[in-house]
Design a protein around this ligand. Structure first.
Ligand code: PLP
Length: 397
């Protein structure tokens, strides 16, 4: 009997009851704007910021409208502007180069390794080309953050971390987003917390946070923040920083706070699913599992494997055969951008040089989401299907 998988790769879990109740409470007050609070109530957004800062072990946090907004806000807060060059990953998603372009800056792409992390040799070689790195921990793969920070510190490069896929992950025990000057997170539906849209930005730098708060649209109400520096940090900044509105509202914050409380448990659930798929596809001929470094605690909300040096038609055949059995795989090697996947050379607003080693990895890179609506048993079934279909194509069957 041919096994078929019947789950939906884009179906997340429902919002928890406590979050729904909190959202209803906010709606009953009519006070949805973050600065619309009664008396001395702090408001959901300020509380979320305080709780997220505590969870990440940082001083300051700002909640914003989206992950992409957080990235652009981070660039502006560091003074990146028109014509500046910003180092970033060749393997990432469109909001990353998009954030760079949105402030008039120019991405300088750094290659990807077979381990799916930023190529640190390529980074070192390009370190003199920019003084900011927007580091995307793409699909949750953490580079050697010790060596990366050494390279950047030596070159005077400030690091913004895009943690859209690493909220809750750690490198040698340090939470992702806390090595660079700024860490940015997304709370969009497909990420580790779900408020539909939303973003968070963290830093220990008072001036950077003061600028980010003003940028986000605080007017002169920054005193109501619970995870921002004191008024002295705003003395100059409040006159010099443009308002680029992108605040979070109480409704989303109310939905996020109960989810944040269970983040660590959710990460473990993702990893149980990840390990089930990983184990199931390991040792499939022609298929390379991406080995995870011991120093990395990752969050397996998606899984990648490589069909290195396969002909494009063969890769497409695997995708077709898996899709026919209900397993939705994405491919980063396609010439045309499809759905969420696109390549550095398809962002034509940004200049790029050919990167043969990166192209080889992307040409074989298969990506699959692992929503928590899948059981561990579902993941074993998915792995059996991938193993059978990739194996059949490999053998020319
Ligand atoms: C989702 C995502 C973002 C941006 O998040 P949005 O909240 O959708 O704007 C940034 N980087 C990566 C790698 C992402 O996947």
């Amino acid at each position: 009997m041919t096994e078929i998988f019947r789950g939906t790769f884009t179906q997340q879990e429902p919002i928890p009851d406590a979050a729904i109740e909190a959202a209803v409470r906010v709606m009953r007050t009519g006070r949805l704007h973050r600065y619309n609070v009664a008396g001395d109530e702090p408001g959901e957004v300020a509380l979320l910021e305080q709780e997220f800062a505590a969870a990440m072990g940082v001083k300051y946090c700002l909640a914003v409208a989206s992950g992409g907004y957080a990235l652009a806000c981070a660039l502006r807060a560091l003074g990146v502007g028109h014509g500046d060059r910003v180092l970033t990953n060749a393997f990432t998603l469109a909001p990353v180069p998009g954030a760079i372009a949105s402030v008039g800056a120019v991405p300088v792409f750094v290659g990807v390794t077979e381990g799916l992390v930023i190529d640190l040799d390529d980074l070192a070689a390009k370190a003199d080309q920019a003084d900011v790195l927007m580091l995307s921990h793409m699909r949750g793969h953490l580079a050697d953050m010790d060596r990366l920070m050494e390279i950047c510190d030596a070159a005077g490069i400030r690091v913004i971390e895009d943690c859209a896929h690493t909220m809750g992950a750690r490198w040698r025990g340090r939470l992702s987003g806390t090595d660079g000057v700024i860490g940015c997170y997304s709370t969009q539906t497909y990420k580790h917390l779900n408020s539909g849209e939303g973003g968070l930005l963290v830093t220990d730098d008072a001036q950077v946070m003061a600028r980010a708060v003003m940028l986000s649209g605080s007017y002169m109400l920054y005193g109501r923040h619970l995870a921002a520096p004191g008024p002295e940090a705003f003395d100059e900044v409040r006159y010099e920083t443009p308002n680029v509105s992108g605040r979070m509202d109480h409704l989303r914050a109310a939905i996020l706070r109960p989810q944040l409380a269970r983040l660590a448990a959710q990460c473990d659930r993702w990893n149980a699913r990840y390990r089930a798929v990983e184990e199931g596809v390991r040792d499939t001929p022609g298929l390379t599992v991406v080995d995870r470094p011991e120093d990395e605690y990752f969050v397996g909300s998606s899984i990648q494997f490589l069909l290195l040096d396969w002909a494009a038609e063969k890769v497409q055949e695997v995708l077709r055969r898996c899709a026919a059995r209900g397993v939705e795989l994405k491919w980063f090697g396609g010439a045309e951008p499809v759905g969420f996947t696109s390549r550095y050379d398809s962002w034509r607003y940004a200049p790029s040089q050919p990167m043969p080693a990166t192209d080889r990895v992307l040409a074989g890179l298969i990506d699959m989401r692992l929503p928590l609506t899948f059981s561990v048993e579902d993941c074993r079934l998915i792995a059996r299907i991938i193993r059978a279909e990739a194996g059949a194509v490999w053998q020319g069957g």
